[in-house]
Structures are given as structure tokens and as C-alpha cells.
Design a binder for this molecule. Structure first.
Ligand SMILES: [Fe+2]
Length: 285
């Protein structure tokens, strides 16, 4: 069983859970955004309280990818602050982890994510796969990979954070400038052969199942036609594709953009009761 189609949930409405002993980050709070019960892969926001520490030498038994939303997180002697990104492969030695000031971190675990004290078995850690740290705020914006997006989206820019040389899986930041609904009345729908996962950091996205506000999250399985989309305020988001390189099949014809869509998200049963939960829009997640 793969992760269920979740499109979309405002992460503000999801409950925090304090992680216990035996978890990957005991004592931190976390909210799971999507979860694969078979592989145990999970996307979660982890909130490290001020002074949080995992002082022993340890490793994780699966890959961890993260993007810091705020605060400061240390892995060994490397400090990560807002906008910093890392891909830490399974088995990477971690002398300690600390968060003296607290931190909130968008975290992607690609498997069972067990923290194991001590040294990893020889051969588990593949240093060639390590991305120790990218300070995304210091990167300049490049062009989106899709030529249609690059040509049609207003002020589109991409910061590529990772592209897996074997699988083609990718992680990137994307921004668009605002559209003018009076001029942009129609758009094309699109389909990808891979999972598209998005966390909206800022701005707004209007699409047929509702309007995504900052803190919105979706996990869309492959081959699901979606769109057309527009953004009245522009957008800034963290994007991932899973299962191979992102390619896009665009519809031949355009259909009307719904700039005031009804809220009708697609949610798995455990999230359905939260579909219309109210939240404080000043909260980021
Ligand atoms: Fe898409």
C-alpha cells in the first residue's frame, strides 16, 4: 500500500504528537502529513523544543531529507537555520543532534527511520549520496524544468535542491508571481507519471478542489489529472517528485480556472474529519 491521495490539508489543523522513547526524535513534537504503512516512509513537521538534544553517537536506518522552517537544528557540528536543506543518507554517523533554540523542520523519512545508538554496519552509509547542507536563501533562482511552466507562469523560478542520480527523484523550491484572474481565465490540465508532493510556504494556489493557503500540503499519486491552477498572490513552495523524474503531459485544450473554488479536498478517511477544521491563519503550519 502506498501513501493515500491527500489533496490537500492545511497542516495547521493536524494535531501535534510528542514522540516517545524508541522514536527517531524522542521528546520532539511532530505532525505527520503523509505516511506509508508498508515502508514506514513519512513526511512530517518535527518541532524540536528549546534545548532538545540527542547526545549519543547514533545513526538512522533510513534516509532523512529536511528543510528548516524556522529555528536552528544541529547535526553534529553542522548548524541548520531557516531555509537550509539537507539529505542525510541512512547510516550517516551522527555524533549528536541538538536544538539549543528550538526548530521546526519539514522532514522526509524514506523508510523505517529508526535511531540506533552506536556505529552503523559497514556499507550502510553511502557518502556519495550525502547533501550535507544547502543554504537555499543564498541560491539564485533558475528556470523551472518544464518549458510550459517556464513560458506561461508569471515570474516563475526554481531552486533545485536535489536530483537523485539513480531514480530521478527531485526536490526543489518553486515560486510564481501573481496571476491576474481577469486575464488568466483558462489553463491546461496536467498529468505526471510520478508522485507530486507540495508544501506551500507562502502565497496561494487556486485549483479545482479549493484554495491552498500557506501551510497547505498535498501528496498526489501518479497519473492523476489536475488543474488548471492559478495563483492570485503568487506562490512559494517546497516540491518533491517521487518514483522518477517529473515529466508533464499537458492537455491539448484549456478549461476555465475556478478562482473561487469550493473547498472539496481529497482526503484519506483519517483526515476527512479535519477537512473543514478552522485554524489560525497567522500560524504557518
Ligand atoms: Fe502538477
Amino acid at each position: 500500500m502506498a501513501r493515500p491521495h491527500t489533496e490537500f490539508i492545511q497542516t495547521q489543523v493536524l494535531p501535534w504528537k510528542t514522540l516517545g522513547d524508541g522514536s527517531s526524535r524522542p521528546g520532539a513534537d511532530a505532525k505527520a502529513l503523509s505516511y506509508d504503512p508498508d515502508s514506514k516512509a513519512v513526511t512530517a513537521i518535527i518541532k524540536y523544543p528549546i534545548g532538545w538534544s540527542l547526545p549519543e553517537n547514533h545513526y538512522l536506518d533510513s534516509d532523512e531529507e529536511f528543510y528548516v522552517l524556522d529555528g536552528e537544528l544541529w547535526v553534529g557540528s553542522v548548524a541548520y537555520v531557516k531555509g537550509d536543506y539537507a539529505y542525510l543518507p541512512a547510516g550517516m554517523p551522527r555524533p549528536s543532534m541538538n536544538s539549543p533554540k528550538g526548530a521546526s523542520v519539514m522532514t522526509f523519512h524514506e523508510g523505517t527511520h529508526r535511531t540506533v545508538v552506536g556505529d552503523a554496519p559497514v556499507g550502510l552509509y553511502e557518502p556519495a549520496r550525502l547533501i550535507a547542507k544547502i543554504e537555499s536563501t543564498k541560491m539564485s533562482w533558475g528556470h523551472p524544468s518544464d518549458p510550459v511552466v517556464a513560458a506561461t507562469a508569471n515570474g516563475a523560478g526554481r531552486k533545485l535542491l536535489r536530483e537523485d542520480p539513480k531514480t530521478g527523484d527531485r526536490t526543489w523550491l518553486l515560486q510564481f508571481g501573481p496571476d491576474d484572474p481577469a486575464k488568466m481565465t483558462h489553463g491546461r490540465t496536467e498529468t505526471h507519471p510520478v508522485v507530486e508532493e507540495v508544501f506551500l510556504l507562502d502565497g496561494e494556489i487556486s485549483m479545482p478542489m479549493g484554495t491552498l493557503k500557506p501551510g497547505a500540503y498535498f501528496w498526489r499519486p501518479p497519473h492523476i489529472e489536475h488543474g488548471p491552477v492559478g495563483t492570485r498572490k503568487g506562490l512559494f513552495g517546497l516540491f518533491r517528485c517521487k518514483g522518477g523524474p517529473l515529466t508533464t503531459a499537458w492537455s491539448d485544450t484549456e478549461s476555465p480556472i475556478d478562482w473561487n473554488p469550493a473547498h472539496r479536498p481529497i482526503l484519506p478517511p483519517h483526515l476527512a474529519p479535519l477537512a473543514n477544521a478552522t485554524y489560525d491563519p497567522d500560524l504557518q503550519y
